[in-house]
Structure formats: C-alpha cells, structure tokens
Design a protein around this ligand. Structure first.
Ligand SMILES: Nc1ncnc2c1ncn2[C@@H]1O[C@H](COP(=O)(O)OP(=O)(O)OP(=O)(O)O)[C@@H](O)[C@H]1O
Ligand SMILES: [Mg+2]
Length: 142
C-alpha cells in the first residue's frame, strides 16, 4: 500500500486515471469523454480515495447503465476538489443502494468529502463528489 501510494504521488492522480480510463474503455467498449483532469498535485490519501470512487462509479456504468458513453470531470479549484462521472444510460430508482454505492460514500466521507448519486430512470446517472479545500490542505501537510 505504501509502495502504491508513493507511485501515485509521483505519477499523479490524473495520469493514473488516464491509464485506468484507457484500459477500462478498451475492455468495456464504452467511450470515455474526459472533460477535465487536474494539473495540481493531489495529496496521496485523497488521490487513493478519489481513484477508488471513480473505479466504483465506472464499474456501475459498465455493469448496469447500458450507456455507450460516459463523461468524467475532475477539477481542483479554490473551494476544493470536484468530481463528476455521468452516463446517459438507463438510470435507476433513487434510493436503490448496494455495496458499491455505500463504498463510494465511505471513500469520500473518510477524507472529509461528500458524495451524491443522482439517477434519473430512463435517462442516466450522475455521481458527484466534493472534497473541501481545507481537507486537501490538511492531507498535504500530513
Ligand atoms: N450507472 C448506473 N446505471 C444504472 N444503474 C445503476 C448505476 N449505478 C448503480 N446502479 C443500480 O444501483 C444498484 C446498486 O449499485 P451498487 O454499486 O451499490 O451495487 P452493485 O453494483 O449492484 O454491486 P457491487 O457494486 O457491490 O458489486 C445496482 O445494482 C444498479 O441496479
Ligand atoms: Mg456497483
């Protein structure tokens, strides 16, 4: 784990995500539209949990959505880190939850962030995450 973290710190969250997205897209045949990835360095613990959240969201897109395209935006701004994974697939009934959705909430809660899953039946699903700037600072100093 420590080894993996060091690797991530050097490589950067954005590069790790790019590599995963390329492999995932080839494997699933689903097109990934990357709207934004951050240039800034993201603290390793935050990178780990954000990366795990994106993987879980993509796993759901591949297994449940039926979508042909998924879009991803990850930005780091003055107020914090924002993450969106959005598909135009079949969506599902709000309130449905399972291990994956619980895990995504926990990944962001653990680093002082918040997650929302917004499904629209017949129209798609958007997973949004936010980690406040003060948490990024705290983990950068840790
Ligand atoms: N992007 C999506 N498109 C359509 N349905 C979804 C999507 N994401 C989640 N769902 C629905 O919500 C349910 C719960 O998702 P969750 O990730 O918690 O569990 P799971 O994917 O069924 O199993 P696990 O993640 O534990 O392997 C899914 O079974 C599916 O019905
Ligand atoms: Mg799942």
């Amino acid at each position: 784990m420590a080894e993996q973290r060091r690797m991530r710190e050097n490589e950067g969250l954005s590069q790790l995500l790019r590599d995963h997205l390329t492999e995932w897209s080839e494997r699933t045949g689903i097109t990934v539209e990357v709207w934004a990835l951050p240039e800034q360095k993201v603290p390793p613990k935050v990178a780990d949990n954000v990366y795990a959240t994106v993987r879980e969201a993509l796993d759901n897109v591949a297994r449940h959505s039926g979508a042909r395209v998924v879009s991803i935006a990850l930005t780091v701004g003055r107020t914090g880190l924002r993450l969106t994974v959005s598909d135009g697939g079949r969506g599902f009934e709000p309130g449905t939850t399972g291990r994956g959705i619980v895990a995504m909430h926990a990944y962001l809660a653990e680093i002082g962030g918040r997650l929302a899953v917004n499904p629209v039946p017949g129209a798609g699903t958007t997973v949004s995450g936010f980690v406040p700037a003060e948490m990024l600072t705290r983990y950068a100093e840790a």
